[in-house]
Design a protein around this ligand. Structure first.
Ligand SMILES: Cc1ncc(COP(=O)(O)O)c(C=O)c1O
Length: 383
């Protein structure tokens, strides 16, 4: 049998990631490693700042290009994208645009939301929102678990695309269609899926999609993007706003007008340095190709699950790779101590509550997976 290989030149990509010389990064669900491209982008900003002192036109153009790169990855137009400092801030802006009137007060929230996103919806309780949670059962959620909770009282449904705990994939197209049929909006956090698989917002039919860049998009903290379906933009007036949400931000007027597109969700001065780095990561992922990445992730995930079973590790969640991202979680005692011990042996995992997450990406090899599993099994045995 021939050894499977990705559709791209993995060795060439590996040479562009200096960290691989000293360890095996398996923590992409947490923070991707630096590449030559992201480093050069950061230096380009620092050079421009040093050279010009100030170059706002060029810097704003970079933020616009970062929106273009994000729009490309999700199959949207750049005008459908707003920029934030974090996913939580983007969710807050969306929340601030909800009317939550007597007719529609309900917010349906999946039990798989990242806590920061769930907190934003919970905080709307002070504005009269009625929260309704779709519980996690057997480390997953059945798509039809949403059905009875979404009705004509629902303002918004929040469903994370990939669960940060074990990579479980939700059928967000089905959930968004159910929400739309009931006249409700859909909000999808794709932080754990963008860069790991192809995403087309028009095919998914979602109203909002949000993601930061520091996981599978190979970027950095301090920047996140929000897609707003163009057909609904006109009806939304976020009270979490600022001068970049205006028709002409640089008119410096105190008139509260609304940009005609998703940029009405922009607020203050955007994260310029982060936009440089984010664009480099986004363009790199586009070049590798999300469909090829997904195909390789499935090979790596299969090896991880079968290899974990062979070493007696306890899997958290489904063993069906078509229903999960490349992130695989194993239940361990004292996950943070296990993470520290693995780091000391040159493997970077990511601990979360009761599990150790091993989240390979496009540049990881089957040998990386085997070595990470051997290290995890050894560390558990030695405890
Ligand atoms: C799915 C998901 N959403 C949101 C976050 C956090 O987003 P932020 O810190 O940008 O609010 C994370 C992880 O950090 C995550 O995994």
């Amino acid at each position: 049998m021939t050894t499977p290989r990705p559709a791209y030149d993995i060795e060439a990509w590996r040479r562009r990631i200096p960290l691989l010389a000293s360890c095996i990064p398996m923590n992409n669900c947490s923070q991707a490693p630096q590449t030559d491209a992201t480093r050069a982008a950061a230096e380009r900003y620092l050079d421009s700042w040093n050279r010009s002192g100030m170059d706002w036109d060029a810097w704003m153009a970079e933020v616009a290009l970062a929106k273009v790169a994000f729009a490309t990855i999700i199959g949207a137009m750049p005008s459908d994208v707003a920029v934030f400092g974090s996913v939580s801030a983007a969710a807050s802006a969306v929340a601030s645009a909800l009317d939550l009137d007597d007719k529609r007060r309900r917010i349906v929230v999946s039990g798989m939301e990242f806590p920061g996103v769930a907190h934003v919806w919970l905080a709307q309780g002070r504005r009269g929102a009625q929260l309704c949670q779709v519980p996690v059962r057997d480390d997953g959620i059945e798509p039809n678990a949403y059905d009875s909770l979404i009705d004509e009282r629902t303002a918004l449904v929040s469903a994370c695309h990939g669960w940060y705990v074990n990579g479980f994939l939700q059928d967000v197209a089905r959930i968004a269609a159910r929400a739309r049929a009931a006249g409700a909006l859909s909000f999808v956090d794709a932080y754990q899926t963008l860069g790991a698989l192809p995403v087309d917002v028009r095919e998914l039919g979602v109203d909002f999609l949000v993601a930061g860049t520091l996981k599978f998009l190979m970027g950095v903290s301090g920047i996140a993007f929000l897609y707003v379906r163009p057909e609904i933009v006109d009806s939304l007036r976020p009270t979490a706003t600022g001068w970049f949400g205006r028709v002409e931000p640089f008119a410096f007027s105190q008139t509260l007008d609304w940009s005609p597109n998703a940029s009405r969700f922009d607020a203050g001065t955007p994260p310029v340095l982060n936009a440089y780095i984010a664009r480099a990561g986004l363009e790199l992922i586009e070049e590798v190709n999300p469909a090829s990445i997904r195909a390789w992730h499935e090979v790596l995930a299969r090896r991880m699950i079968d290899g974990g079973r062979a070493r007696g590790l306890v899997l958290h969640g489904t063993d069906d790779v078509s229903h999960k991202t490349a992130t695989t979680a194993f239940v361990v005692p004292d996950s943070h101590a296990v993470e520290a011990a693995m780091r000391a042996r040159g493997v970077l995992p990511s601990a979360r509550g009761p599990v150790i997450r091993l989240a390979p990406h496009f540049y990881n090899t089957l040998d990386d997976v085997d070595r990470a599993l051997d290290t995890l099994a050894d560390v558990i045995r030695a405890r």
